[in-house]
Design a protein around this ligand. Structure first.
Ligand SMILES: Nc1ncnc2c1ncn2[C@@H]1O[C@H](COP(=O)(O)OP(=O)(O)OP(=O)(O)O)[C@@H](O)[C@H]1O
Length: 235
């Protein structure tokens, strides 16, 4: 569960002494559904909203809290590094988060806390790759993968660390239709709670709830069909 309690993001005023610019206006929301889409025009604040959920952006006022599993405490996000073990984040550009030379090493890096011994870590990493149909690519350089394979690997690496919540920021934007559907289906089928900021309305339509963000405010919130219809009617 994710709770926004008057959370807002404002930029410091510049030297002209102007009012701070609000990127996200104070937001009160409880997100309890398993799959939540955040849609809206470019620059509306979707990424900022998504980044608040894993501490990549901290609110300048108010609070964001997460509970990543039944029975776990509702914790305020005030330390990005701590929350990132509980809330995974997948970026639009998978290459940005693939940091190790080979596919296996990249997944193994996510497992360094759980498995201190290299052999155990590699075995767990291989099992994670198998789950995503990537085992045959284990020794390949991450740079030789296709965009779809890279996005799949980025998701596998993030999920290997066992987060209870997954946030994805436009994960299908750079993919062709086939890979976009494949990644979309994978994300929608996860056990974890999913928050996905997306321009992919086909993906948004399959979520349990959608939020329409415009000008840093949530202007529609509810079933995806209604929220998408509202969005289409306003562009
Ligand atoms: N660190 C920052 N400094 C200055 N402006 C910022 C910063 N972060 C975001 N913004 C501005 O805040 C607004 C919202 O940005 P955000 O990236 O959240 O939008 P978005 O809805 O995800 O857009 P897109 O669909 O184009 O990715 C934009 O106008 C952006 O330029």
């Amino acid at each position: 569960m994710i709770e926004f309690d008057g959370a807002e993001v404002a930029l410091e005023p510049d030297r002209t002494g102007d009012e701070p610019v609000r990127i996200l206006h104070p937001l009160d929301l409880v997100l309890a559904e398993r799959r939540i889409a955040v849609i809206g025009p470019n620059g509306s604040g979707k990424s900022t909203l998504a980044r608040l959920i894993n501490g990549l952006v901290l609110p300048t006022a108010g609070a964001v809290r997460v509970r990543d599993a039944a029975g776990s405490p509702l914790d305020t996000i005030d330390d990005g590094a701590k929350v990132r073990r509980r809330v995974g984040f997948v970026f639009t550009q998978p290459a940005a988060q693939l940091v190790m030379p080979t596919v296996l090493e990249d997944v193994a890096l996510s497992l360094r806390r759980e498995h201190r011994r290299r052999a155990e870590r590699d075995a767990a990493a291989l099992a994670a790759l198998e789950r995503f149909g990537l085992a045959a690519l284990a020794d390949r350089s991450v740079h030789t993968l296709s965009g779809g394979q890279q996005q799949l690997l980025a998701i596998a690496s993030v999920l290997a660390a066992g987060p209870g919540i997954l946030v994805a920021d436009e994960p299908t934007t750079l993919l062709d239709l086939r890979n976009a559907r494949r990644i979309g289906e994978l994300l929608l089928g996860l056990d974890q709670q999913l928050v996905v900021a997306t321009h992919d309305l086909e993906l948004a339509a399959q979520c349990d709830r959608a939020l329409l963000v415009e000008g840093g405010r949530v202007v529609a919130d509810g079933g995806p069909a209604d929220v998408i219809a509202h969005y289409r009617a306003t562009v």
